[in-house]
Design a protein around this ligand. Structure first.
Ligand code: NDP
Length: 480
């Protein structure tokens, strides 16, 4: 949210930053405390040029900090002004999405597609339908996606899009009419070799189906223009599971470095959507016990663990009935805490899987004090910068989203490959490839993030590891 957005008067811009109302100058000051002079100047310029986009500033600042020394040691990237270019989207598309509700009333939402970077492949990244969606949030997500896609080792550029449309409380027919109207504009900007959107918050199999149907109807082509498709019309096995499974595989790799595993561990998970559900499933497979889930109304705590039977109930509740997580507590007699997040509960591992900035500094301190040894991000940027600092200062295992949740887009990449070859791999084949990719991302993080005393800073590792491939491609391709 922004009150006042005059680019020339950045001290007059007031935004919500990590839950606090701050002026832009105050944010620049906070960032300066942890930055070199170069990075401070770079961030001041970025904030002045992209006002009222605090999530975008936060995401860029984290990367700029990681790259600080690396750019000094590798001046070719500075000479080519890669940092200045990589924060500038190649293209932003914004459009009106009119649709008619079940009462016959005209509604209008705003649609977006951020085509951030195509240096190593066509733009690739999800669509988010949520009332909080705005340009700054989608730019942060598109920016992170560039690094994440690079880490997967697959040839995919970065993009993101969506709308401030809220699917909650809408009938299937209303969702279909919205998706058709959204695609009626978006179709002209995307394509199997140009830009391949997928799902994200509020966009699951139902929405991908309606959008794919409309795309096919308009262009008269059956092509792999979206991923997350249904199995009998071009989808891949394991795609729904991929982000949650991938995050657990990544956490498993981190745990291995300390001779640990999921077996017998208690785990906090937030969210109860696509990522959270398959996170619970894979933790159960590996012998751990998940005790929490949440939605935007509150969280449930079940000390006995969310076993496969209870998970089946959650999947029906969220994917079919589209109800609230509170109903879990009513059915199984678990604790329900309204309007709170699960991070004050005690556990060995935390896997945040709902949304950005959902773990603050206080919650991070509580997690570590309660014995949490590993935090791995299923969601995008769920930990605030202050929370991340706590995890790193305390030396616990911390897997940032752009590495830990890259399994989703990785299997989207595998879906594109199967579409191009016009054949389908088995469940085991896709799962094996997913595991190999998550191991490779973990290795890259260790390669670029290794510090003294055997400590791996996975944030630096992911940021530098993701950067190098894209930056080298940008240099090779010249001033484009
Ligand atoms: P879903 O829409 O399936 O689920 C989102 C869950 O998070 C819901 O339980 C939702 O609760 C909760 N949530 C959303 N916004 C908020 C909020 N502001 N405060 C509290 N809870 C909230 O989305 P996904 O599971 O697909 O995505 C979850 C996260 O994972 C996102 O950060 C997304 O960007 C990231 N991600 C997803 C990938 C994918 O493949 N799907 C890939 C990589 C990352 P409610 O129903 O009340 O809104």
């Amino acid at each position: 949210m922004c009150i006042g957005s005059d680019k020339g008067n950045i001290d007059l811009q007031i935004v919500i930053y990590n839950g606090r109302l701050l002026s832009t100058l105050q944010i620049i000051n906070i960032m300066s405390q942890t930055s070199s002079l170069d990075t401070s100047a770079f961030m001041s310029g970025l904030i002045a040029k992209n006002p009222a986009e605090p999530e975008f500033h936060q995401a860029v600042h984290e990367v700029a900090l990681s790259l600080d020394h690396f750019l000094e040691e590798n001046p070719k990237y500075k000479h080519a002004r890669i940092l200045e270019r990589i924060v500038e989207p190649e293209r932003i598309i914004m459009f009106r999405v009119p649709w008619v509700d079940d009462k016959g009333l005209m509604r209008v939402n705003r649609g977006f597609r951020i085509e951030m970077n195509s240096a190593i492949g066509p733009y690739k990244g999800g669509l988010r339908f949520h009332p909080t969606v705005n340009l700054g949030i989608l730019k942060f997500l598109a920016f992170e996606q560039v690094f994440k896609n690079s880490l997967t080792t697959l040839p995919m550029g970065g993009g993101k899009g969506g709308s401030d449309f809220d699917p909650k409380g809408k009938s299937d027919n209303e969702v279909m009419r919205f998706c058709q109207s959204f695609m009626t504009e978006l179709y002209r900007h995307i394509g199997a070799n140009t830009d391949i959107p997928a799902g994200d918050i509020g966009v699951g199999g139902r929405e991908i189906g309606y959008m794919y149907g409309q795309y096919k109807r308009i262009v008269n082509e059956f092509t792999g223009v979206l991923t997350g498709k249904g199995l009998n019309w071009g989808g891949s096995l394991i795609r729904p599971e991929a982000t949650g499974y991938g995050n657990v595989y990544f956490a498993q790799e981190m745990l291995k470095t300390r001779g640990e595993s999921f077996k017998g561990k208690t785990v906090l998970v937030s969210g109860s959507g696509n990522v959270a559900q398959f996170t619970v499933e894979k933790v159960n497979d590996l012998g751990g016990k998940v005790v929490t889930l949440s939605d935007s109304s509150g969280y449930i705590y079940d000390p006995d663990g969310i076993d496969y039977e209870k998970l089946k109930f959650v999947m029906y509740l969220k994917n079919n009935k589209r109800g609230r997580i509170k109903e879990y507590a009513e059915k199984f007699g678990a604790k329900y805490v309204e309007n709170e997040r699960p991070w004050l509960e005690t556990a060995d591992i935390a896997l945040p899987s709902a949304t950005q900035n959902e773990i603050n500094e206080t919650e991070a301190i509580a997690l570590v004090s309660n014995g949490c040894m590993c935090v791995s991000e299923g969601a995008n940027m769920p930990s605030t910068p202050e929370a991340i600092q706590v995890f790193i200062d305390k030396g616990i295992l911390f897997g940032p989203g752009k590495a830990a949740n890259a399994g989703g887009v990785a299997v989207s990449g595998l879906e594109m490959t199967q579409n191009s070859m016009r054949l389908n791999w088995t469940r085991a084949e896709v799962d094996n490839r997913l595991q190999t990719i998550m191991q490779s991302i973990h290795n890259t993080c260790c390669q670029y993030g290794a510090k003294d005393n055997n400590f791996v800073n996975y944030v630096d590792g992911a940021n530098i590891g993701g950067f190098v491939k894209v930056a080298d491609a940008m240099i090779a391709q010249g001033a484009v």
